[in-house]
Ligand binder design. Structure first.
Ligand SMILES: *[C@@H]1O[C@H](CO)[C@@H](O)[C@H](O)[C@H]1NC(C)=O
Length: 177
Protein backbone atom coordinates (compact mmCIF):
# COMPACT_ATOMS: atom_id res chain seq x y z
CA UNK A 1 0.00 0.00 0.00
CA UNK A 2 2.73 2.36 1.01
CA UNK A 3 4.80 1.49 -2.04
CA UNK A 4 1.68 1.94 -4.13
CA UNK A 5 1.14 5.44 -2.76
CA UNK A 6 4.77 6.25 -3.28
CA UNK A 7 4.72 5.21 -6.89
CA UNK A 8 1.47 7.11 -7.41
CA UNK A 9 3.19 10.18 -5.97
CA UNK A 10 6.11 9.65 -8.25
CA UNK A 11 3.79 9.25 -11.22
CA UNK A 12 2.01 12.52 -10.38
CA UNK A 13 5.31 14.30 -9.99
CA UNK A 14 6.44 13.08 -13.40
CA UNK A 15 3.13 14.09 -14.96
CA UNK A 16 3.35 17.55 -13.47
CA UNK A 17 6.93 17.89 -14.59
CA UNK A 18 6.03 16.85 -18.13
CA UNK A 19 3.42 19.61 -18.32
CA UNK A 20 5.43 22.29 -16.52
CA UNK A 21 4.64 25.73 -17.88
CA UNK A 22 6.97 26.93 -20.60
CA UNK A 23 8.42 30.20 -19.27
CA UNK A 24 7.98 33.61 -20.88
CA UNK A 25 10.57 36.38 -20.75
CA UNK A 26 9.61 38.51 -17.72
CA UNK A 27 8.80 42.16 -18.49
CA UNK A 28 8.83 41.39 -22.20
CA UNK A 29 9.46 44.50 -24.29
CA UNK A 30 8.05 44.03 -27.75
CA UNK A 31 9.62 47.21 -29.13
CA UNK A 32 13.08 45.81 -28.44
CA UNK A 33 12.23 42.39 -29.86
CA UNK A 34 11.37 43.62 -33.36
CA UNK A 35 13.95 43.93 -36.12
CA UNK A 36 16.20 41.43 -37.85
CA UNK A 37 17.08 38.01 -36.47
CA UNK A 38 18.98 35.01 -37.84
CA UNK A 39 17.76 31.53 -37.02
CA UNK A 40 20.72 29.72 -35.52
CA UNK A 41 19.13 26.65 -33.99
CA UNK A 42 15.95 24.72 -34.74
CA UNK A 43 14.55 21.81 -32.77
CA UNK A 44 11.30 20.01 -33.42
CA UNK A 45 9.55 16.67 -33.20
CA UNK A 46 7.43 17.33 -36.30
CA UNK A 47 7.45 15.05 -39.35
CA UNK A 48 8.16 18.07 -41.52
CA UNK A 49 11.35 18.72 -39.59
CA UNK A 50 12.39 15.10 -39.73
CA UNK A 51 12.03 15.03 -43.52
CA UNK A 52 13.73 18.35 -44.10
CA UNK A 53 16.42 18.52 -41.48
CA UNK A 54 19.29 17.61 -43.79
CA UNK A 55 18.42 20.53 -46.06
CA UNK A 56 17.56 23.23 -43.56
CA UNK A 57 19.75 26.30 -43.42
CA UNK A 58 19.93 29.49 -41.45
CA UNK A 59 17.37 32.07 -42.53
CA UNK A 60 16.77 35.75 -41.97
CA UNK A 61 13.66 36.80 -40.09
CA UNK A 62 12.35 40.34 -39.89
CA UNK A 63 9.82 41.12 -37.17
CA UNK A 64 7.73 44.28 -37.47
CA UNK A 65 4.63 45.49 -35.67
CA UNK A 66 1.45 45.50 -37.76
CA UNK A 67 -0.98 48.41 -37.72
CA UNK A 68 -3.52 46.37 -35.76
CA UNK A 69 -1.07 45.70 -32.95
CA UNK A 70 0.22 42.24 -33.83
CA UNK A 71 3.57 41.06 -35.16
CA UNK A 72 4.53 40.44 -38.77
CA UNK A 73 7.20 37.75 -39.03
CA UNK A 74 8.79 37.55 -42.47
CA UNK A 75 11.44 34.92 -43.13
CA UNK A 76 13.69 34.70 -46.17
CA UNK A 77 15.37 31.41 -46.97
CA UNK A 78 16.76 29.63 -49.99
CA UNK A 79 15.28 26.41 -51.25
CA UNK A 80 16.51 24.62 -54.37
CA UNK A 81 18.73 27.60 -55.12
CA UNK A 82 15.82 30.04 -55.01
CA UNK A 83 14.97 32.76 -52.52
CA UNK A 84 11.65 32.20 -50.79
CA UNK A 85 9.83 34.60 -48.52
CA UNK A 86 7.30 33.47 -45.97
CA UNK A 87 5.17 35.79 -43.86
CA UNK A 88 3.05 34.95 -40.87
CA UNK A 89 1.23 36.94 -38.24
CA UNK A 90 1.67 36.41 -34.53
CA UNK A 91 -1.41 37.58 -32.68
CA UNK A 92 -0.92 39.20 -29.31
CA UNK A 93 -2.44 37.67 -26.21
CA UNK A 94 -3.07 39.35 -22.86
CA UNK A 95 0.33 38.06 -21.72
CA UNK A 96 3.27 40.08 -23.10
CA UNK A 97 5.72 37.73 -24.85
CA UNK A 98 3.03 35.17 -25.64
CA UNK A 99 1.39 34.98 -29.05
CA UNK A 100 -1.09 32.95 -30.99
CA UNK A 101 -0.82 31.84 -34.61
CA UNK A 102 -2.88 29.72 -36.93
CA UNK A 103 -1.90 27.71 -39.94
CA UNK A 104 -4.53 27.85 -42.67
CA UNK A 105 -2.86 25.00 -44.50
CA UNK A 106 -3.04 22.56 -41.60
CA UNK A 107 -5.88 24.17 -39.63
CA UNK A 108 -3.76 24.22 -36.50
CA UNK A 109 -3.56 26.74 -33.71
CA UNK A 110 -0.28 27.47 -31.96
CA UNK A 111 0.95 28.90 -28.70
CA UNK A 112 4.15 30.89 -29.28
CA UNK A 113 6.32 32.18 -26.48
CA UNK A 114 9.44 34.25 -26.24
CA UNK A 115 11.06 32.14 -23.55
CA UNK A 116 14.16 34.22 -22.98
CA UNK A 117 15.85 37.11 -24.72
CA UNK A 118 18.29 39.93 -24.03
CA UNK A 119 16.99 41.67 -27.21
CA UNK A 120 20.35 42.68 -28.68
CA UNK A 121 21.99 39.26 -28.85
CA UNK A 122 19.69 36.23 -28.69
CA UNK A 123 16.10 35.07 -28.36
CA UNK A 124 14.87 31.61 -27.48
CA UNK A 125 11.33 30.90 -28.67
CA UNK A 126 8.89 28.06 -28.19
CA UNK A 127 5.97 26.99 -30.37
CA UNK A 128 3.46 24.34 -29.40
CA UNK A 129 0.05 23.20 -30.58
CA UNK A 130 -2.90 24.28 -28.46
CA UNK A 131 -5.49 21.90 -29.88
CA UNK A 132 -5.17 18.38 -31.11
CA UNK A 133 -3.65 15.51 -29.20
CA UNK A 134 -0.68 15.11 -31.50
CA UNK A 135 2.37 16.46 -29.74
CA UNK A 136 4.12 19.25 -31.59
CA UNK A 137 6.97 21.30 -30.22
CA UNK A 138 9.33 23.65 -32.00
CA UNK A 139 12.14 25.58 -30.40
CA UNK A 140 14.01 28.27 -32.33
CA UNK A 141 17.17 30.03 -31.26
CA UNK A 142 17.55 33.45 -32.90
CA UNK A 143 20.58 35.69 -33.01
CA UNK A 144 21.11 39.29 -34.06
CA UNK A 145 24.33 38.11 -35.75
CA UNK A 146 25.09 35.08 -37.91
CA UNK A 147 26.66 33.25 -34.99
CA UNK A 148 26.23 32.97 -31.27
CA UNK A 149 28.22 32.18 -28.12
CA UNK A 150 28.59 28.46 -27.32
CA UNK A 151 26.88 28.99 -23.91
CA UNK A 152 23.74 30.14 -25.72
CA UNK A 153 23.84 27.17 -28.10
CA UNK A 154 24.04 24.98 -25.00
CA UNK A 155 21.13 26.82 -23.37
CA UNK A 156 19.07 26.14 -26.52
CA UNK A 157 20.06 22.47 -26.54
CA UNK A 158 19.22 22.03 -22.85
CA UNK A 159 15.90 23.86 -23.12
CA UNK A 160 14.92 21.66 -26.10
CA UNK A 161 15.77 18.50 -24.16
CA UNK A 162 13.73 19.84 -21.21
CA UNK A 163 10.73 20.16 -23.56
CA UNK A 164 10.98 16.44 -24.25
CA UNK A 165 12.77 16.70 -27.58
CA UNK A 166 15.40 14.13 -28.46
CA UNK A 167 19.01 14.90 -29.30
CA UNK A 168 18.24 13.95 -32.93
CA UNK A 169 15.48 16.61 -32.98
CA UNK A 170 17.97 19.40 -32.28
CA UNK A 171 19.78 21.16 -35.09
CA UNK A 172 22.31 23.96 -35.33
CA UNK A 173 21.61 25.38 -38.78
CA UNK A 174 24.42 25.73 -41.29
CA UNK A 175 24.76 29.25 -42.75
CA UNK A 176 23.11 29.78 -46.13
CA UNK A 177 25.08 31.34 -48.96
C1 LIG B 1 5.33 42.11 -43.39
O1 LIG B 1 6.65 42.59 -43.46
C2 LIG B 1 7.25 42.49 -44.74
C3 LIG B 1 8.71 42.99 -44.67
O2 LIG B 1 9.25 43.01 -43.41
C4 LIG B 1 6.45 43.31 -45.74
O3 LIG B 1 7.02 43.15 -47.02
C5 LIG B 1 5.01 42.84 -45.75
O4 LIG B 1 4.26 43.66 -46.59
C6 LIG B 1 4.42 42.87 -44.35
N1 LIG B 1 3.10 42.29 -44.37
C7 LIG B 1 2.10 42.74 -43.62
C8 LIG B 1 0.80 42.00 -43.76
O5 LIG B 1 2.21 43.67 -42.85
Amino acid sequence: MRAGLLSLGFFLLCTIRAYAEVPIQPNFEEGKFTGTWYSIGLASNSKWFDHKKEHLKMCTTIITPTIDGNLNVTSTFSRDGQQKVKTKTLFRTEQPGRFRATSLRWGNEYDIRVVETNYDEYALTYKGKTKDTEIFTMVILYSRARNLRPELLEKFRQFSLDQGLAQSNILILPPSD
